[in-house]
Design a protein around this ligand. Structure first.
Ligand code: FE
Length: 247
């Protein structure tokens, strides 16, 4: 009986590492083909499965706290690039047909799939981030969510302080999250592209603290961006829905 981690290809036994190496080289080849003359049908197939999710509001909806110019670059260029890169990297591989969360989880911690993981995780993180905000957001959550925050952090004000200080303290690029870990809510930072869905935590809320998220509007004043996010932008209904989904 074949070992589940052993894949037979071309009469030669391949272990899991060999298989991923081969898949990665095939991906790189597919990427080269796609950037050359005449896109293959393969790329069109991949495109139909993973794309740039629509922004849940117009570009100027978060203004003046996040300008339409920031959205044009952050969503239109950065997020778009993560979507394009993910599609290209998985074209023709076993990952091509999988949902985004599975791609992130299956590529996490595998050396040959670091480019796939980084781009797929950023694709997930950004889509989640846009949904964490709305026009006239901020304020305080209600009901079960407020109660859960109180139980885990002592009070809503204590949570805001912990979340904001954690976001301000993230060294370099990354994300600050409110996550559910078992029955406990906690605040965690992830560096660069890292994402709670790879760590087994359920994400409830996030703020992007890469400079591209705030530099055009706030320059180096990350703390002001975080304050505006908490006071005027957080979509607590989305956070509440995430808590409900996780039970
Ligand atoms: Fe970003």
């Amino acid at each position: 009986m074949k070992h589940p981690d052993t894949i037979q290809r071309g009469g030669r036994k391949m272990d899991r590492r060999d298989f991923f190496k081969t898949s990665f080289y095939l991906s790189a080849l597919a990427m080269l083909q796609m950037t050359g003359i005449g896109c293959s049908r393969q790329s069109e197939t991949a495109k139909s499965l993973l794309g740039l999710p629509p922004l849940p509001y117009p570009n100027d909806a978060l203004s003046p706290y996040i300008s339409s110019r920031t959205i044009e670059f952050h969503y239109g260029k950065h997020h778009q690039a993560y979507a394009d890169n993910t599609r290209k990297l998985i074209a023709g591989t076993k990952l091509e047909k999988l949902p985004l969360k599975d791609i992130v989880q299956k590529s996490y911690g595998i050396k040959e799939l670091v480019p796939v993981y980084n781009n797929a995780a950023q694709l997930f993180n950004h889509d989640f981030y846009w949904q964490c905000m709305k026009q006239n957001g901020g304020g305080k959550p209600q009901g079960k969510l407020l109660q859960a925050i109180g139980q885990s952090f002592g009070s809503f004000d204590a949570f805001v302080k912990i979340f904001s200080e954690s976001a301000a303290a993230q060294f370099g690029s990354g994300w600050t999250w409110l996550v559910k870990d078992g029955n406990q809510l906690k605040v965690v930072n992830t560096g660069n592209a890292d994402t709670p869905i790879a760590m087994g935590w359920a994400p409830l809320l996030t703020v992007d603290v890469w400079e591209h998220a705030y530099y055009l509007d706030y320059q180096n004043r990350r703390a002001d961006y975080i304050r505006a996010f908490m006071d005027h932008l957080v979509n607590w209904e989305f956070v509440d829905k995430n808590l409900e989904l996780d039970g």
